[in-house]
Design a binder for this molecule. Structure first.
Ligand code: HEC
Length: 100
């Protein structure tokens, strides 16, 4: 019984860590294809000084800004259009940026 529990918990831990790896790749790929051209590599070197840095930003804050741009609650002509390129990947992109 103990061996079964240990085996089960290791598979859960393995599944969780694999899950995180996959999420990081999804977020990184989406960020690099849709966002890095303005916000810079890993969100840390925006191409213009007026563009915000996203690197290390709290993930919950970033998700809220992305969703507010999607719904139009937060208005910026550029961002309102671009956030539609990452629908369904908001959390993954925010987690990727928070970890940089
Ligand atoms: C064409 C350039 C450009 C691209 C591409 C771009 N952004 Fe932006 N982003 C901006 C600008 C400019 C602002 C500032 C808008 C404002 O002041 O409201 C901004 C603001 C943001 C903010 C708000 C930051 C804060 O501190 O409140 C987030 C989050 C963000 N962008 C995420 C993204 C994501 C995710 C992508 C990819 C889907 C992306 N951006 C693609 C130009 C861009």
């Amino acid at each position: 019984m103990n061996k079964l529990i240990i085996a089960l918990s290791s598979s859960v831990i393995l599944a969780l860590s694999l899950g995180n790896t996959v999420m990081a790749d999804v977020g990184e790929d989406a960020y690099n294809s849709a966002c890095a051209s303005c916000h810079g590599a890993k969100g840390g070197t925006p191409i213009l000084p007026t563009y915000p840095k996203l690197q290390g930003q709290n993930a919950a804050y970033t998700v809220k800004q992305i969703k507010d741009f999607q719904s139009g609650v937060r208005k910026d002509p550029t961002m309102n259009a671009l956030v539609n390129l990452i629908i369904g990947k908001e959390q993954a992109v925010a987690d990727y940026l928070a970890a940089q």
